[in-house]
Structure formats: structure tokens, C-alpha cells
Design a protein around this ligand. Structure first.
Ligand code: CP
Length: 359
């Protein structure tokens, strides 16, 4: 059964196909009004959301389908201790497709292994957020007219910002892409993205501490919120929370055709005065998310009509290595097998199959 857990689950051709479908939906919405008649989407949100949950729900309703689900863990049987796997099996009885957001890294992957319907990762802790990346890709395509030959700046919390990780994994597969990583030392990009994606594939990138020094080079500036809920130390969050604020003075240093993206919600990292700048694309980006989620639901439900049994994922796997990442789903669901993947045989690097941290 095809699911979307990581943006790497889809080829570049498939991503381009989703973008083409989304553009067709924008041009001819009436052609899609009943494409999902009698189909149900389950939205399982164990963590707060405005855009992702409601755009998924709007997407399914605009396709003629219906929606069931919950918006907080406390109103589900997770509050009584039900496991992710059992939850996924239950939802498979009631819906045709599910979107899951969870604070634990790897939880949607676990659900996809147990479910008999497609599972969409709607954000797992500080790990991945592939449907935000779908929104980002459509936005870059519409704002810049291309997905190649771009200098993309990512600014803010690159450690916990899951949207950044998925966007780099996606954009690194297009040609002529250069990344500028702008963050404090404590919030640098995690190793599994830096080494597995950028260095292994020799993608050009540079790191900056100052947004002022970097902004003039950029075609796209992707601002992020400092992710307060992911910090172990309140003092560290307080010290870093105001580290980058995009205001009209900084926008004056940028190219005339640079576009500003932000997955939202914002706190204070983009001044409200920037909203009136035509280069500010973040509200258009949120709308694009609905069209890409419509395209995604259509694709996964179409493929589910003829499910190809996924071949067992046995390559380079090692059993019994315990993950020590306290944010990993395997740290709380004790009956999950501890599995690692060898991501670099020469360096003997093993990464947890659920959260991708080194084990
Ligand atoms: N961008 C995003 O994931 O927003 P929500 O947290 O509101 O879903």
C-alpha cells in the first residue's frame, strides 16, 4: 500500500505530476468536485494544527468526499494507552485514507506498517513534514516559474524545523540548487540531512549566522519559527527566540524578485509590515497546500485501487540496536522492534529506522 511518510517516497517525476494536477485543479476545479464521492479521509492529529488539518479537510470536501477524525490526542483512545499500530488498524476499518500528525518522530511510519489504507505523514515531531513540502514546491513553481537553478535560503530553527528537512530532501533532487543555511550554532541542520542529503550528493551549501549578510544572494527565503515546543531547555529557547526577524529594512537588501516563504504559524520572525510586500508569498503558500493535498489524496486513492504489495524493506537493516532519541516513537512504544539502517557502511553509521538519529 502506497503511503507518503517521507518526501523521498516520491520520485521527482511524481512530485512534478502532483504539481501539474494541482495546477489543473486551480484552473478547472469543477472537474474534481466528485472525484472522491463516497470516500472518507481520517485526520488523526495528536498535536495542534491549523493549516495542515483544515486544508486536508477542505481538500477532501472539495473532492466530494467526507472527513472523520480528531484534533487532539486527549479525545482519542491514545489517552488510554492504545498504540499507534492498533490505532492505524482501527482507522483502516472506518476510512479510505488517513493523515496523521504526531509529536513522536516515526509515528506515521509505524502507522503505515500496520494500516491497510494509505497513510500520510502530516508532521512527526521535529523530523519530517512532507505535505508542507508539497505546498512549498507548488509555491516556488508558481512564484518563480521553475524548480531548477535557484539559491534557496533557509533561516531560523533548522534543527527542529521539520519543514526544512523535507524541503531540502525534495529540492536537492532538482538541478542547479544551492542552499544557504542561516541559523544559530545550536539550531544547525541535523546530521541525517546534512550528510545523507547535502554532502553525499555534493549539493552546494554555505552556512551563515547573519541574515543580513546572506539575503542579497537569495531567490527564495524560507523563514521558520523557533520551535519552542521541541526545546528541552526553556532558557535556551528564551536566548534564541528573537535571533532572526525579517523586517522591511532587511527586505530592502533582497533581490526585487526574491520570494519569501514560511510554513506558518509565525510568531515574531516576520514583521507584519512585510505582509504588504508583493514578495511575501506565505499566505499564497498556505492556499497552495490545499491544492497539493487534493492532488495527493487523488494519487494515493487511485494507487490504492490496485495495491502492489510493497516489497519487504530488508536492505541494510540491523536489528537490536536501541535508539536513544527520547523523541523517537520507539522510546515510548516498547514493543516496536529496534531496527537501524546502515546509511554509510564505510563509516559504520547506523540510523534508527523510525527517527533517523544515529544509533
Ligand atoms: N505549516 C503547518 O504545518 O501549519 P499547522 O501547524 O497550522 O498545520
Amino acid at each position: 500500500m502506497r503511503s507518503l511518510i517521507s518526501i523521498l517516497d516520491f520520485t521527482v517525476e511524481e512530485l512534478d505530476g502532483l504539481i501539474a494536477t494541482a495546477k489543473d485543479i486551480i484552473a478547472h476545479p469543477e472537474n474534481y468536485w466528485d472525484k472522491c464521492a463516497h470516500k472518507k479521509l481520517a485526520t488523526l492529529f495528536f498535536e495542534p494544527s491549523t493549516r495542515t488539518r483544515l486544508s486536508f479537510e477542505a481538500a477532501m470536501l472539495e473532492l466530494g468526499g467526507s472527513v472523520i477524525g480528531f484534533s487532539e490526542a486527549s479525545s482519542s483512545s491514545a489517552a488510554k494507552g492504545e498504540s499507534i499500530s492498533d490505532t492505524a488498524k482501527m482507522i483502516s476499518c472506518y476510512a479510505d485514507i488517513m493523515a496523521m500528525r504526531h509529536p513522536r518522530e516515526g509515528a506515521p511510519y509505524v502507522a503505515s506498517q500496520a494500516a491497510s489504507i494509505p497513510v500520510i505523514n502530516a508532521g512527526d515531531g521535529g523530523h519530517n513534514h512532507p505535505t508542507q513540502t508539497l505546498a512549498d514546491l507548488l509555491t516556488i513553481s508558481r512564484e518563480k516559474g521553475r524548480l531548477n537553478d535557484l539559491t534557496i535560503g533557509l533561516c531560523g530553527d533548522l534543527k527542529y524545523g521539520r519543514t526544512v528537512h523535507s524541503l531540502i530532501e525534495a529540492m536537492a533532487r532538482y538541478t542547479g540548487i544551492r542552499f544557504i543555511l542561516i541559523s544559530p550554532e545550536e539550531l544547525r541542520l541535523p546530521g541525517y540531512v546534512r550528510y545523507n542529503v547535502l554532502e553525499r550528493n555534493q549539493i552546494p551549501y554555505a552556512e551563515y549566522r547573519s541574515l543580513d549578510e546572506a539575503i542579497g544572494q537569495l531567490d527564495v527565503l524560507y523563514m521558520t519559527r523557533i520551535q519552542r515546543e521541541r526545546f528541552d531547555s526553556h532558557e535556551t529557547y528564551e536566548r534564541l527566540k528573537n535571533c532572526y526577524i525579517l523586517d522591511t529594512q532587511k527586505m530592502a537588501l533582497a533581490k526585487d524578485d526574491m520570494c519569501v516563504l514560511h510554513p506558518l504559524p509565525r510568531v515574531n520572525e516576520i514583521s507584519v509590515a512585510v505582509d504588504d510586500d508583493p514578495r511575501a508569498a506565505y499566505f499564497r503558500q498556505a492556499l497552495n497546500g490545499k491544492y497539493m493535498r487534493m492532488a495527493l489524496i487523488l494519487k494515493l486513492l487511485e494507487e490504492a485501487k490496485d495495491p502492489v504489495k510493497a516489497s519487504a524493506d530488508t536492505g541494510d537493516l540491523v536489528y537490536g540496536r536501541t535508539c536513544t532519541n527520547p523523541k523517537c516513537i520507539s522510546c515510548v512504544e516498547q514493543e516496536l522492534p529496534q531496527i537501524a539502517r546502515i546509511t554509510d557502511a564505510a563509516e559504520n553509521i547506523h540510523r534508527c529506522i523510525y527517527c533517523e538519529q544515529k544509533v
